[in-house]
Design a protein around this ligand. Structure first.
Ligand SMILES: Cc1cc2nc3c(=O)[nH]c(=O)nc-3n(C[C@H](O)[C@H](O)[C@H](O)COP(=O)(O)OP(=O)(O)OC[C@H]3O[C@@H](n4cnc5c(N)ncnc54)[C@H](O)[C@@H]3O)c2cc1C
Length: 351
């Protein structure tokens, strides 16, 4: 395959996963990122394999999980920085029904990699409020999100592959795919929740879902596992924990609110009457889609222009696999899964 030169707008999860994939396939890339990130760098970076309510596996879990683990471990070597942190998630079961779902599935082959068998110790676990017992997840991990963004941008910048600036449309010719005098063979927009302010793909329903977390310091919250019910409690070391996250639909506001802080503290109370001090509060905005699937594909009229967006709440799990699938689509014409393809909206909009 001939080496091509690809312009990528946005160096968050979507843009960086794609950049690494394209380089691995022998292409040249140029990233453009304004250097302010309110999603990839703000995220808790947790990868939780399960959807607890009905105790189902997350969508396309097995393939996403394998690719994600390999990607972050490889990146640790490349960026010479620890990013990947395995963690046991302890779900404090919320009802008899949830407990029964767990018991039914824990010995089923396809769940064995993710659900530990509920032990007598899990039943009587006493370090958090325990009405219906608890269960431990295997294979979960978290990625140091702030470092992910900072180390990636530093890496690409050092190699001369990242322009730290606003993508300036006045220097872009969409017919020639020329930006600031350089002609590219393909252009990919990976701008996250700012998509509706971008010059292309504005017709797509990418929503702005504000999310807030707090960091607390506590001597009482267990540090060896991530407690989960109503909220997640992610131990970050030195008795510091990240508690999250809120969901505030259609809200791109970047200010922390007292309401969100109180909501998170209330959720933490469901897990236990821990004493703690609130250290600070984080705010970000996720790019979400109503059908909860990302949006990937080609622009309906502009040749060789593509979109990679809508990573929603599970970006850290999905992005590495999706970057590969978009690459295969762009270079080999391999069809994208109907559930993620941009075509599902173009058909609806009759475009
Ligand atoms: C509070 C919170 C907690 C979260 N927790 C988790 C979690 O635990 N696990 C998980 O998997 N996911 C989590 N997420 C979701 C995850 O962060 C997103 O799915 C993912 O980061 C989206 O990545 P992205 O690359 O699409 O967008 P972004 O990270 O927003 O990246 C887009 C980039 O494009 C750049 N850009 C935009 N417009 C322009 C322009 N005109 N010119 C130049 N550059 C531009 C921006 O500077 C930015 O760096 C969380 C999100 C939030 C807000």
């Amino acid at each position: 395959m001939d080496s091509e030169h690809i312009l990528i707008i946005g160096a968050g999860l979507a843009g960086t996963c794609l950049a690494h994939q394209l380089i691995a396939n022998g292409h040249r890339i140029q990233l453009v990122d304004r250097g302010i990130n309110h999603s990839t760098a703000i995220a808790a970076g947790m990868v939780n394999p399960m959807v607890f309510r009905r105790m189902n596996k997350s969508w396309r879990l097995d393939e996403f999980m394998t690719d994600a683990r390999n990607y972050y471990l490889h990146l640790e070597q490349l960026l010479e920085h620890k990013l990947f942190h395995p963690i046991i998630i302890r779900r404090m079961l919320s009802s008899e029904q949830e407990r029964n779902y767990w018991l039914e599935r824990q010995n089923v082959q396809e769940f064995k990699a993710y659900l530990s068998e509920i032990s007598p110790e899990d039943e009587t676990y006493s370090l958090a409020n325990n009405q219906f017992g608890s269960g431990r997840l295997k294979s979960s991990f978290w990625v140091d999100a702030k470092s992910y963004y900072e180390k990636n941008t530093a890496y690409f910048h050092k190699k001369g592959l990242l322009l730290k600036e606003d993508f300036d449309c006045t220097y872009f010719d969409e017919n020639q795919l020329t930006y600031k005098g350089i002609t590219y063979s393909k252009v990919v927009f990976c701008v996250g929740y700012q998509q509706m302010n971008a010059p292309f793909f504005q017709e797509l329903p990418i929503q702005q879902t504000k999310g807030q977390t707090i960091r607390v310091r506590s001597q009482e919250i267990p540090e060896n596992e991530s407690l989960n019910r109503k909220c997640f409690v992610l131990p970050m070391g030195d008795q510091v924990f990240r508690i999250g996250a809120t969901y505030e639909w259609d809200n791109p506001d970047l200010n922390p609110t007292e309401e969100a802080k109180q909501e998170l503290m209330e959720h933490l109370r469901v897990l236990g009457n821990f004493t703690y001090d609130v250290i600070d509060q984080q705010v970000g905005v996720r790019p979400t889609v109503l059908d909860r699937r990302p949006i990937l594909g080609a622009h309906r009229t502009i040749k060789n222009m593509y979109l990679f967006n809508g990573l929603g709440t599970k970006g850290y799990l999905m992005a590495p696999t999706l970057a590969r699938e978009l690459t295969d689509f762009m270079f080999e014409g391999k069809p994208l899964d109907k559930e993620i393809s941009i075509q599902r909206f173009y058909q609806k909009l009759d475009l």
